[in-house]
Design a protein. Structure first.
Length: 526
């Protein structure tokens, strides 16, 4: 059934299309020669076809608000119905775009001189900064983009050098190597369980040294818990509502790192809209980042540790300077709340995704969107709750309420894998980044025959589901290695330690559970 907002357009195309030309099949991103009178079409019909084609191409270039309230306000300004029967937010945006294109193409009409930024102006009394979709960056943001480029390019070079060596490994070596990893993972079972609050557990993250777990709950508490005893070490108090995001500063808790326990080691985001920065020696925040108007769903440190990204239900994600505790970038682009953000290991790209069921990959060096994770029929049909990059720097996982985990490749600009991971919503997904990670650890060398040794990092992933399960999947064939049962409610979060020894999960049964092998060895045999 054709939506009413498009019916007039379709009927017009059908009335004019007597020469067998299907306008709907003409792409908008290329130049095509349309048939003229010499091809058997009357000049007036050829002109009408060309005019219609130009209008469609112009419509594709016009920016319209992503917020449905602003779309309605703009339609009201144009004297158009605010909504049509059966029309959803996406249809309404398309209708507004076509109306603006028609105005721009017909200068005789009132308000025909349409500026691109007009699509984002909204109410005259509204806050200008809040209403603009595109905002001018200051010198601090410019310097940040330069710093990120200088930081990420050498890391990408090192990663590619290792990948070239990895490409020389025979397939039979990989097969035997991955089989050994699967056999070790099949030995994982429940090693401990601890009640970590009076409310649901919403987030669990291992410290970089794997000896501590940071947990957040719906009561606003952040707890630091020892591994493997699961004994609470410290309770951090500052949030007044649900804690949704937790992220450890890169290098925190590592003895060889320059990160002091007295400085920022951990960041947390809460439903009251605040982001707190914590040390390991105080139970109150070192500082607080304020700017989001709604719940902060996730936070994540940049690999350099200099910056922090936050995702919020206010439809934006933001980039912060950790040392200066200032906001560098407010980025819109999602039509609904942003639930997850994740940096790739180079530090050059950021993935964002959320309640609009769409993910976006942003180049932090230019600010451009380089890939949209919808894939038409290949995308998610429900909100995306989890994101994580592989150590290879070009593949990212998305976890959705539709029960699927999907893998996207930035180099191919397409989806390259998918797992029907859980029978209900997938709340979290984590790709194993081990001690032999090419950028975050010590990459493996050569064996006694001079052959490159495969890395364990990136060989498997773990997921948390509302079906009460924690699942382990192989990353080479997406096969289920093992399903861990023990939670009596939805599992909201999962993580795996860098030594591959432990998996931690937290859920609505208010418990944190630790999973591992009975011989207490991880992926590296220690």
């Amino acid at each position: 059934m054709i939506h009413p907002s498009r019916r007039a357009y379709v009927e017009e195309a059908e009335a004019e299309d007597r020469g067998g030309i299907d306008l709907a099949s003409i792409p908008l991103d290329r130049d095509y020669d349309l048939p003229g009178a010499g091809a058997g079409i009357a000049p007036e019909k050829a002109s009408a076809l060309l005019s219609q084609f130009e209008r469609r191409r112009l419509a594709a270039t016009i920016a319209v608000p992503t917020d449905d309230g602003r779309v309605r306000a703009r339609l009201r300004e144009l004297g158009e119905p605010v909504t049509l029967f059966g029309e959803g937010p996406a249809d309404r945006r398309d209708r507004l775009r076509e109306l603006l294109a028609e105005q721009a193409q017909n200068p005789g009409q009132e308000n025909a001189d349409v500026d691109m930024k007009d699509a984002e102006e909204g109410d005259a009394d509204g806050d200008e900064q809040e209403e603009e979709f595109y905002s001018r960056g200051g010198p601090e943001l410019l310097q940040t983009r330069i710093d990120i480029a200088n930081y990420s390019i050498p890391r990408a070079k090192r990663r590619i050098e290792f990948q070239k060596k990895e490409a020389t490994i025979p397939l039979r070596t990989h097969i035997k190597f991955r089989k050994d990893i699967k056999d070790r993972l099949k030995g994982f079972e429940l090693q401990g369980s601890q009640t970590a609050g009076d409310r649901h557990i919403s987030m669990t993250r291992f410290s970089p040294n794997g000896e501590m777990i940071a947990t957040g709950n719906w009561g606003g508490q952040v707890k630091l818990i020892e591994v493997p005893s699961l004994e609470p070490k410290r309770t951090l108090r500052g949030h007044t509502n649900k804690v949704s995001g937790l992220s450890w500063m890169p290098g925190a808790t590592l003895p060889e790192s320059s990160v002091s326990p007295d400085t920022v080691n951990l960041a947390s985001g809460g439903a009251e809209g605040h982001i707190h920065l914590w040390s390991l020696n105080r139970d109150t925040p070192l500082s607080t980042l304020e700017g989001h108007s709604q719940r902060v769903c996730r936070v994540e440190f940049h690999p350099s540790g200099k910056y922090l990204a936050s995702a919020s239900e206010d439809t934006s994600w933001r980039l912060w300077d950790v040392e200066m505790t200032t906001e560098l970038l407010l980025q819109e682009g999602h039509s609904r709340g942003v639930y997850a953000v994740s940096f790739n290991t180079d530090g050059s790209l950021l993935a964002s995704a959320g309640l609009d069921s769409i993910g976006r990959i942003w180049d932090l060096r230019s600010g451009r969107t380089v890939m949209i994770l919808d894939g038409h029929m290949d995308g998610h049909i429900k909100p995306i709750y989890g994101l994580d990059w592989d150590a290879d720097g070009h593949r990212v996982l998305t976890a959705s309420a539709d029960g699927w985990i999907k893998c996207w490749d930035v180099r191919k600009v397409q989806r390259t894998g998918g797992i029907g991971a859980h029978t209900s919503a997938v709340a979290d997904v984590r790709w194993f980044k081990g001690l032999d990670d090419p950028l975050q650890g010590s990459p493996p060398g050569e064996d006694d025959k001079g052959m490159q040794v495969p890395k364990k990092s990136g060989t498997f992933l773990v997921s948390a589901g509302f079906d009460h399960k924690v699942n382990i999947f192989s990353a080479d064939d997406w096969a289920l290695v093992q399903s861990l049962s023990g939670h009596t409610g939805p599992v909201a979060s999962v993580d795996v330690s860098r030594n591959g020894k432990w998996i931690v999960s937290g859920g609505h049964d208010r418990t944190v559970k630790l999973w591992g092998r009975n011989d207490s060895t991880g992926m590296y045999g220690t």
